[in-house]
Ligand binder design. Structure first.
Ligand code: SAH
Ligand code: F3S
Length: 479
């Protein structure tokens, strides 16, 4: 930070890179993949964009606001070229796929565009740029490129594993099938091998990823081949997997055999993100979701029977075209009846190339805003109440990082609630370790507690990080 790049000549190759990530877990993992490839080439990450020779903006286009943000960020980064003429700027992620050449026209200083299915080609794209081109690598190759050895998992507390890419659902509001392409599954063997690799590396939490993660099927396995229930069963059996999560599940594709896995395997976290989008059948129908609200209630009841402590979270879209007061009241009723542990509610945003804008009259923005606020107001006391039940109990918290307040750390309970706890003078618990925390206070969005027991006693050296040499555990360490 202290050494400005002023006047630095264009480096033959970029030496330091900075990646900024927006959007979902898939983008988060794609950023780890990009970083890994660059580090294999001898480049080093920096947290400071002004120190970078290469800036990658891994973008999200799911709502218009997220997309606008991308162009404003690119505007900021272009200015760094005044100081460092050698700086390269690449647009990655879903906006890259959607905009392609248009992004190059819109942002004159943009050096290249790299779609989400082409992440593995980052080094080729850089080489092309050196030859003077402004490459645009978009589209969806047939083969999936997942060289898991070259993913930079540095600093992460969870091991993310893509099991299925793309989406075939075509919900009428959603741009993702256009930006991430058709659905493609990885093989069970490959997935289990990657999970083993992550466990050996020190990760205790595994998160399986897919836009419709529970629609996974063994490629070429046919109707009777392994499905997501079999995959969950196989991954949960991998020794060392302490917490298994998966995101995002599509309600219609959640079968009784999948529900059963929650009862069978304790290490499957009692947490499920199950986006419902709306509580009204006519709206669900126009959204093209393919399930009724009654079947959603039934699925929730089945899940709670299989795993009484399960915490559910959901996504809601408020103000979908044609949403009436009555439709909205049903969504509100759903929120109060189901009692989600957390929820993500978004105001509907029209996306290019999607059918929804033609399927109903646009909802007045002031009305949509008011509805959104009513959802949040209904949800807050529910979360507070659910959180309060944990006060006085001891919970296993997977440590995820530093808290906002100095001297505090944060982590997640098995049901994915956020916990803050102070360090109290001793050394910090490494990210990815599990600490026992006694809960003392409940807020609507987090819990506050006090850590119990010897800190980091279970795995003193095992911080998942490429920048730290992992030593063998000392022979006298408690196991
Ligand atoms: N299958 C992915 C979907 C990614 S989009 C997943 O469920 O994670 C994530 C969420 O964004 C969706 O569940 C939906 O609630 C919201 N969303 C998608 N398109 C939207 C749009 N056009 N306007 C508002 N919210 C949208
Ligand atoms: Fe989007 Fe629906 Fe697929 S929300 S990602 S089209 S399941």
């Amino acid at each position: 930070m202290n050494e400005p790049n002023r006047g630095r000549a264009r480096a033959e190759r970029p030496r330091r890179f900075f990646v900024e990530t927006w959007g979902c877990q898939m983008n988060e993992l794609d950023s780890q993949r990009l970083s890994g490839r660059l580090m294999e080439e001898g480049m080093l990450p920096t947290r400071e964009p002004s120190e970078a020779d290469l800036i990658l903006l891994n973008s999200c286009s799911v709502r218009e606001k997220a997309e606008q943000k991308v162009y404003s960020r690119l505007g900021v980064y272009r200015q760094l070229k005044d100081e460092n003429p050698g700086l390269l700027i690449g647009l990655c992620g879903c906006v890259a796929q959607e905009a392609g050449e248009r992004a190059l026209k819109r942002v004159p200083d943009l050096d290249f565009v790299l779609g989400p299915a082409r992440v593995g080609e980052i080094l080729d794209v850089l080489a092309e740029r050196r030859r003077g081109k402004r490459p645009v690598a978009t589209g969806f190759p047939e083969t999936l490129d997942h060289d898991f050895d070259s993913i930079s998992r540095d600093g992460s507390y969870k091991g993310m594993v893509t099991i299925v890419e793309g989406c075939n659902k075509n919900c009428t509001f959603c741009i993702v099938p256009l930006t991430r392409g058709p659905e493609r599954s990885r093989t069970l063997g490959e997935i289990v091998a990657e999970v083993r690799h992550l466990v050996e590396y020190g990760f205790r939490e595994i998160e399986l990823l897919g836009q419709t993660v529970n629609h996974w099927r063994e490629p070429g396995g046919g109707e009777d081949g392994p499905d997501f229930a079999d995959l969950l069963d196989a991954v949960a059996r991998v020794p060392g997997v302490e917490r298994l999560r998966f995101v995002t599940s599509y309600p219609r594709d959640f079968t009784p055999r999948m529900v059963e896995q929650f009862a069978r395997h304790d290490n499957i976290s009692p947490y499920l993100h199950l986006p419902v989008q709306s509580g009204s059948n006519p709206v669900l129908q126009r959204m093209g979701r393919g399930y009724s609200i009654e079947s959603y209630y039934e699925l929730v009841a089945d899940l709670r029977r299989a795993r009484p402590d399960i915490a559910l979270s959901t996504d809601l879209i408020i103000g979908f075209p044609g949403e009436t007061d009555e439709d909205f009241e049903q969504t509100l009723r759903l929120v109060t009846e189901i009692e989600f542990g957390s929820l993500f509610a978004f105001k509907y945003s029209p996306r290019p190339g999607t059918a929804a804008p033609r399927l109903g009259e646009a909802v007045n923005q002031a009305i949509a805003d008011e509805r959104l606020q009513r959802i949040f107001a209904a949800q807050e006391p529910i979360q507070r109440r659910l959180n309060r039940r944990l006060v006085g109990t001891e919970v296993e918290v997977l440590v995820t990082g530093w808290g906002k307040r100095p001297g505090t750390q944060t982590g997640r309970t098995p049901c994915h609630r956020l916990v803050h706890f102070p360090l109290e003078g001793s050394h910090p618990t490494p990210n990815g370790d599990i600490a026992t925390v006694k809960i003392e206070e409940a807020l609507a969005h987090s819990l506050i507690g006090r850590r119990n027991g010897e800190i980091g006693a279970t795995r003193p050296t095992d911080v998942p990080s490429q920048l730290v040499v992992l030593r063998d555990a000392p022979t006298d360490a408690a196991s």
